[in-house]
Write a new protein. Structure first.
Length: 183
């Protein structure tokens, strides 16, 4: 595109002329709006305020201070009031009952927690006692050793289980100890 062509220059001039014209119109409109605002403010300050005396009329207006209710309206007012009072009392009663139930639930939960802890302690103690009572109590009795030169040493050993676990080891076992050879 050639920027020095007469068509391009004419188009740019037209765009600038239109933009400047649009800007000038906007400034003129702003000036007119400010002028109209100032004129409205001056008119407002020049008018006298309206007083209450100017609004009064000579025609009296009847005003009823008290409304008259029919019998069904009075019955409804009394019934509605009684229902409101009964509702408030029901809410208060429900709150008291719910609070007492809540406190009983807390007490029951605490009681169960204490019972659980006590049961756990009893179970632990019972387990200890059972282990102590049923463990193997072993009694070892060693007899006289027989020494013969050049042969293994023979020594009778008796192992007895005196606990309640049963006789799993047997009552007699003989063990032979190998002789120690001296060099």
């Amino acid at each position: 595109m050639e920027y020095d062509s007469p068509l391009f220059i004419a188009a740019v001039k037209k765009i600038l002329r239109d933009s400047v014209q649009h800007l000038a119109d906007g400034i003129e409109n702003l000036k007119n709006a400010v002028s109209a605002h100032w004129q409205a403010d001056e008119k407002r300050y020049q008018t006298k305020p309206i007083t209450t005396a100017d609004l009064r009329t000579d025609v009296p207006i009847p005003i009823e201070n008290k409304t008259k209710k029919t019998i069904p309206e009075w019955v409804w007012v009394v019934f509605k009031g009684a229902l409101e009072i009964a509702g408030v009392l029901a809410v208060i009663l429900y709150t008291i009952v719910a609070y007492n139930n809540w406190q009983e639930q807390i007490d029951a939960t605490n009681f169960v927690a204490r019972q659980t802890e006590l049961s756990r302690k009893i179970l632990n103690e019972t387990t200890k006692q059972t282990r102590r009572e049923y463990r193997a109590w072993i009694k070892v009795t060693v007899g006289n050793a027989l020494f013969t030169y050049g042969e293994p040493m023979v020594m009778p050993i008796r192992i007895e289980n005196t606990g309640k676990t049963g006789q799993s080891w047997g009552t007699r076992r003989k063990r032979r100890l190998r002789s120690i050879r001296r060099h």
